[in-house]
Design a protein around this ligand. Structure first.
Ligand code: C2E
Ligand code: MG
Ligand code: MG
Ligand code: MG
Length: 291
């Protein structure tokens, strides 16, 4: 049924297909329908205290499972959503859904923060700050329970207007986190003017941590710089106990990655949290046997 309906759409878009590429046009139509139908879902990936193992937060990551295209990566469909003016609606849905989910978990006794990713286009939405405030109020969350992750390049290269938006988000009491740090070619001098409480070291630096002395120096310097500026540090993309041991020894605050947990459907989170609470040695290689 759905496929046949999709097929007839193609005809309507035939002309623009030659300009933009057939697949993109199909994806745009499908994305619009998925948003309306509620086919987008959030998965959640824990941010865990490096040495103590406590879960400090959960990052919401958007997933799109399409009947025809299968799982589409957010790296592909977020830029499409931006280009086609859908990012505002999708972004609001993400913020509201993540807040609703945290409120529900909180009622079940889970204590942690929730993080959402914001794209540069969202910072230009005039009602973004208001929508964030509304979501917090609707779900009775304290502002400090919400964290907005914004990539380094967006944080540093923003216009006056985007900068004002960042500051208004911060003024609500919502935390700001610099995502993918180290990939943005930004001036370090800028960093001290960014109103963020958290810095996430990009996965590319973490990957080489156990094998490269240079990588260790870079990560150590970033951790010291962030701490010197009063920011908490998260290492992204931690996949091995060896990487985790280095990060712990270097004084990294939080870790996130497949070694701890992949992004999970919401239904899996409470069980995962309870399992970890009861077996701390499993996931803190600093306390467990070397390997
Ligand atoms: P990000 O915010 O830097 O998220 C981290 C990405 O690394 C996620 O990919 C995650 O699944 C993946 N990852 C986590 N741990 C590991 C690991 O140990 N190894 C490896 N190889 N990968 C790991 P994902 O979910 O595909 O998201 C990609 C990007 O899409 C995100 O990067 C974020 O910038 C963007 N994104 C995701 N959800 C949203 C959203 O709701 N709104 C906006 N604006 N952007 C989003
Ligand atoms: Mg992120
Ligand atoms: Mg990142
Ligand atoms: Mg990223």
């Amino acid at each position: 049924e759905a496929k046949r309906a999709g097929g007839s759409c193609c005809v309507l878009y035939e002309k623009s297909m030659s300009d933009e590429g057939a697949e993109e046009v199909l994806m745009r139509q499908a994305l619009r329908e998925s948003l309306e139908r509620g086919d987008l879902v959030l998965h959640y990936q824990p941010k865990v205290h490096c040495t103590l193992g406590r879960v400090q937060g959960l990052e919401a990551l958007l997933r799109w499972e399409h009947a025809q295209f299968g799982q589409v990566s957010p790296e592909i469909f977020i830029p499409l959503a931006e280009r086609y003016g859908l990012i505002g609606a999708i972004g609001h849905w993400v913020i509201d859904t993540a807040c609703a989910q945290l409120a529900q978990w909180q009622a079940q006794g889970l204590r942690c923060r929730i993080s959402v990713n914001l794209s540069p286009h969202q910072l230009r939405q005039p009602d973004l700050v208001e929508r964030i405030g509304q979501a917090l109020a609707a779900h009775r969350l304290r502002p400090s329970q919400l964290e907005c992750e914004i990539t380094e390049s967006t944080m540093m290269e923003h216009s006056v207007q985007e900068r004002a938006t960042l500051e208004r988000i911060g003024a609500l009491g919502v935390r700001l986190s610099i995502d993918d740090f180290g990939t943005g070619y930004s001036s370090l001098a800028h960093l001290r003017h960014i109103p963020a409480q958290q810095l996430k070291i990009d996965r590319s630096f973490v990957t080489d941590l156990a094998s490269s002395e240079q990588a260790r120096h870079v990560v150590q310097a970033v951790i010291q710089l962030a701490h010197g500026l009063g920011m908490e540090v998260v290492a992204e993309g931690v996949e091995t106990p060896a990487q985790m041991r280095v990060l712990g020894a270097q004084g990294c605050d939080l870790v996130q990655g497949f070694y701890i947990a992949p992004p999970m459907p919401a239904a899996d989170v409470p069980g995962w949290m309870r399992d970890r609470e009861h077996t701390p040695s499993l996931w803190s290689p600093l306390m467990g046997p070397a390997g």
